[in-house]
Ligand binder design. Structure first.
Ligand SMILES: [Zn+2]
Ligand SMILES: [Zn+2]
Ligand SMILES: [Zn+2]
Length: 307
């Protein structure tokens, strides 16, 4: 059960020693690994009807800092995520957020790709984790986002340039030959999600994206695969304009696919616009209530108090 924190009034603590109190926050119970829980022994408030606990700011800051120092990067994945509401992140009566635990480390490590959101979209957009949805999200970015640098041949799964993310696909034998990803030799993908090339290549109205890694007919066997949406560009840059024409059947998309991808792109922009209107993007944090700790890796995670 999650407890909210709010500033006390003199009714809560007549002596005015404690400046924060708990209250029961609406919402579901959360599960969290025991190693991330710090048992506390706080003062109990005077109310007998609805009992609550009393805290002081320095104590809460110290707890947030202690918890985050104890965490490893992998722990961030198991932390429950709470929606941004009027109750959470905790905030002062007049607005500023409090008890934000964050790390000292910034800069390079922050650019590490977060698998749950798209690295090509600014601001980052969360991605549905199923392979067809990832492919079509990244595919729409590669095809239609003018800010994406297509000359880098971005990966259809993670968006990293081909220099960093190298897929190797193996051609299967037989008349209905299809490719599959050779995961042993594929390196650098920030979102190595297994998917079926065969199924992805089959166009359907509900899943129009056919962006899969292909074997370039002109590259050597040591070269990585080329994603279908990048192939035209690849042939033009690495090979020749003549190759672009000769292998047009490999990179040409059907009208239906182009229309489907445009629809995905348009719908996403629409939902993004309503999202930004609703949620404030920046959290105004009260400096007096902040804990900054050196964590092993990047993290920026406000801490709820658990019981
Ligand atoms: Zn994106
Ligand atoms: Zn990748
Ligand atoms: Zn090539």
């Amino acid at each position: 059960k999650v407890l909210g924190l709010r500033e006390t009034t003199l009714d809560d603590d007549s002596k005015g020693i404690h400046d924060w109190r708990t209250y029961s926050m609406p919402g579901d119970s959360l599960n969290i690994p025991g190693r991330l829980v710090e048992p506390l022994n706080p003062e109990v408030g005077p109310s007998t009807v609805k009992p609550f606990y009393l805290f002081q700011t320095p104590f809460l800051i110290a707890q947030a800092s202690l918890l985050i120092q104890r965490m490893a990067t992998a722990d961030l994945k198991v932390l429950p995520k709470l929606k941004w509401t009027l109750e959470f992140p905790y905030h002062e009566q007049w607005g500023k957020a409090v008890f934000l635990a964050q790390t000292e480390v910034q800069g390079e490590e922050l650019t590490e790709v977060d698998a749950s959101s798209c690295s090509l979209c600014v601001p980052a957009v969360p991605i549905d984790p199923s392979p067809p949805r990832i492919l079509e999200h990244m595919g729409a970015d590669i095809l239609l986002d003018s800010k994406v640098d297509r000359s880098t041949e971005p990966c259809g799964m993670c968006g990293l340039p081909a220099q960093q993310c190298r897929y190797v696909v193996v051609k299967e034998r037989g008349s209905k030959a299809s490719n599959h990803v050779d995961w042993k030799r594929t390196v650098g993908c920030a979102r190595p999600v297994n998917f079926s090339c065969k199924r992805a290549l089959e166009y359907s109205d509900s899943s129009p994206c056919t962006n899969v890694p292909l074997v370039c007919p002109l590259c050597t066997t040591d070269d990585p695969a080329v994603w279908r949406y990048n192939l035209r560009n690849h042939l033009e840059q690495k090979h020749s304009t003549e190759a672009v024409i000769r292998y047009a059947s490999l990179w040409t998309l059907s009208e239906d696919e182009v229309a489907g991808m445009k629809r995905i792109w348009r719908d996403r922009r629409r939902s993004k616009a309503t999202y930004t209107k609703k949620a404030p993007v920046l959290l105004t944090v009260s400096d007096a209530h902040r804990s900054i700790a050196p964590l092993h890796r990047y993290a920026r995670s406000p801490f709820p108090v658990f019981r």
